[in-house]
Ligand binder design. Structure first.
Ligand SMILES: Nc1ncnc2c1ncn2[C@@H]1O[C@H](COP(=O)(O)OP(=O)(O)OP(=O)(O)O)[C@@H](O)[C@H]1O
Ligand SMILES: [Mg+2]
Length: 373
């Protein structure tokens, strides 16, 4: 393990919001966007990420004109001094290493740490290092300091870009709070999610109920960059640890049969479920009052009773009187003082969409939802 790294530059500006600006003192190709860097300034160690590399110059004339017509010595002098590279460091964490060793403050500080009055671990960054403080690349010990040492429940989720130091996740801590994985498309969110889920299962720290909209996690997937197969959770852990459910009878997951299928009964759909989808279904205020009227007339059976009503125009009897036929939406609407056209729209364009889904049925085969719970 190399503990000390050479400095790669020094702080020349920036701030907490915009990040620290670093003048690079090594060739630019030694540092990449996304690498972990450390700035040790007195008792504080700043940890951060490189978010940008920029070409700068103290005099734009030398940047605009090629330097190869100059003598090599002058050319060399220009590069690095007049022409240089700056890095942007996004500071993420700060570590207080305490006052200088051998001082009275040090002894007092160590006392406070021992009595839990002070926690020296990583904290959010609330201050800035001094001008010209040196910055170096994070070494294995720094990465372990921030992400954790190897041990029980510590799962390696990946490695740092340049040196390949393991980046660990404390799974026991991880499952205690909510987390999200964010990134632009194609940056590896699904890959990382699958890896974290595999870690949770391997270490047996928690059970997971995965809503897998694109059928990505259970069965084997293809690495689209290298065109090789990536093992899915089901093929890694087997059916005793991973159960795959599909929506609706006969549904397949990536061409494979699931372990069981899920169906939702008409009777399980509540008014509040529809209300939750009011944006997606483009429900209006009138449809809202129609829903309320439906519940008043039919109670818990509202969905199945309403879906079974027919949409029909008025018909004319022998005396020439026009009326909605029995069992029509119109007849129900008139009886309950609901706008007929609104009720028809709710029936035809909104709720029919649910009823026509293969997994929404009048009588489901079993009760898999309760079994899952
Ligand atoms: N940790 C990794 N190591 C190597 N290659 C990876 C890694 N993560 C992702 N990739 C590559 O990047 C590709 C896209 O990854 P992934 O499907 O996870 O991205 P995504 O962020 O989920 O994308 P989308 O937003 O389209 O769902 C993968 O097919 C794989 O080739
Ligand atoms: Mg994805």
């Amino acid at each position: 393990m190399d503990v000390i790294n050479e400095p790669i530059g020094y702080i020349v500006g920036g701030g907490l919001k915009e990040g620290f600006r670093i003048r690079l003192t090594v060739p630019a190709d030694r540092v990449q966007e996304g690498s972990f860097v450390v700035c040790e300034n007195g008792r504080f160690h700043y940890y951060g990420l490189i978010t940008d590399l920029q070409l700068g110059s103290t005099d734009p004339r030398f940047a605009d004109e090629k330097t190869d017509r100059l003598q090599p010595a002058i050319q060399q002098a220009l590069l690095g001094k007049t022409l240089y590279t700056t890095l942007m460091m996004y500071p993420t964490l700060l570590m207080d290493t305490g006052p200088e060793f051998g001082t009275a403050e040090r002894a007092e500080w160590e006392d406070r740490v021992a009595n839990n009055l002070e926690t020296p671990g990583p904290k959010p960054v609330k201050t800035v290092p001094a001008h010209h403080a040196e910055v170096r690349q994070a070494n294995e010990a720094d990465v372990a300091q921030i992400f954790g040492e190897s041990g029980d429940g510590m799962f390696v989720v990946g490695h740092t870009i340049e040196q390949g130091y393991p980046v660990r996740l404390d799974l026991k801590k991880f499952v205690k709070r909510s987390s999200g994985i964010f990134g632009a498309t194609g940056t590896g969110k699904s890959f990382l999610t699958r890896m974290v889920l595999a870690g949770l299962m391997l270490e047996d720290v928690a059970a997971a109920l995965v809503f897998d909209m694109h059928n990505e996690y259970a069965f084997d997937d293809t690495d689209t960059d290298r065109m090789v197969t990536v093992r899915g959770l089901r093929s890694l852990f087997g059916s005793s640890k991973v159960q795959v459910a599909a929506l609706g009878k006969g549904a397949m997951v990536r061409g494979k049969s699931p372990d069981f299928t899920l169906e939702i009964a008409f009777s399980e759909i509540e008014i509040s479920d529809i209300e939750m989808l009011s944006n997606e279904l483009k429900l209006t205020d009138t449809s809202q009052s129609t829903l309320n009227a439906l519940f008043r007339s039919f109670r818990e059976d509202w969905f199945v009773k309403f879906i079974k009503l027919e949409i029909s125009e008025k018909i004319t009897d022998e005396d020439g009187k026009k009326y909605y036929p029995p069992n029509s939406v119109g007849a129900w609407a008139e009886e309950n003082n609901v706008h007929v056209a609104a009720a028809n729209t709710l029936h035809r364009n909104r709720l029919d969409r649910f009823a026509s889904k293969a997994y929404v049925v009048e009588r489901p085969a079993g009760d898999p939802v309760n079994e899952i719970v």
